[in-house]
Ligand binder design. Structure first.
Ligand code: CTP
Length: 227
């Protein structure tokens, strides 16, 4: 039996960021993280199945998506920021599932760094926060963030919800075999005056439930007239 998703987001334009970013050190090396992109890609698929017109901004990932999803491949946080700003200008909502590198190497070596001393020091500088930049530029954009935490899940997630001016934040535990590069996930989703648990399931099922919740909160914001 084929179960088709209800087109609850028909007519809406959605952007999803997913996967890791890669910050170059020299022509052959980079700093990155363990994000597989699976949860973000699944959110893009679920938004598409719910009728939205979807642009996926993907860090390096071997995953594929539905042909009707517009895919923009990027490497660095700066490239992800530029692509997100461009796509968000024509969007109603954006889900930031990417694991953006918080820091990049200050000066990327033009040639391969040769082995010399016993230690090597790299100077790192902070990357721009994509969600903060989006909120500043697009006050009415419905913004959904993710928070990957190893402790104090609700406290840290609610802190990010407020600090980044988000409409919704989906938090999950990471570390010790949880969330990164595995097929199942569980989420605690928070918004200003509420929260909902999405129980452990495949990342595809979790994405479908998250999209249901996004649709509900989108509707609630529209009826409250909150922008
Ligand atoms: N994010 C972003 N730009 C960054 C870093 C993070 O847009 N430069 C987004 C992520 O895509 C995610 C949310 O912010 O939706 C939370 O990311 P996280 O790394 O957990 O939060 P940080 O603000 O970086 O806080 P910390 O690393 O201190 O937990």
């Amino acid at each position: 039996m084929i179960v088709r998703a209800q087109p609850i987001l028909k007519g809406l334009r959605a952007v999803v960021t997913a996967g890791p970013t890669r910050e170059p050190i020299d022509p052959v090396r980079f700093i990155s993280n363990r994000s597989s992109g699976k949860q973000g890609f699944a959110v893009a698929e679920a938004l598409h199945a719910a009728g939205a017109e979807v642009t996926l901004i993907a860090g390096p990932s071997a995953l594929a998506v539905h042909g009707d999803i517009t895919r923009v491949d990027v490497e660095t946080a700066q490239q992800m920021l530029d692509a997100s700003m461009q796509a968000a200008a024509h969007a109603d909502l954006l889900v930031a599932a990417a694991a953006v590198a918080d820091y990049r190497v200050d000066t990327v070596a033009r040639q391969k760094i040769k082995k010399s001393g016993d230690t090597l020091t790299l100077q790192l500088v902070k990357n721009p926060d994509i969600l903060v930049a989006l909120r500043q530029q697009f006050p009415a954009l419905f913004l959904v963030g993710f928070a990957a935490e190893t402790e104090k899940l609700e406290e840290h997630a609610r802190g990010k919800l407020a600090r980044k001016g988000l409409d919704l934040i989906a938090a999950n535990w990471v570390g010790a075999g949880k969330a990164f590069d595995v097929d199942d996930n569980a989420l605690s989703v928070f918004w200003a005056d509420g929260q909902q648990e999405i129980a452990s399931a495949s990342k595809a099922e979790v994405a479908q439930q998250l999209v249901q919740l996004i649709a509900q909160r989108w509707q609630a914001r529209a009826t409250q007239g909150v922008t």
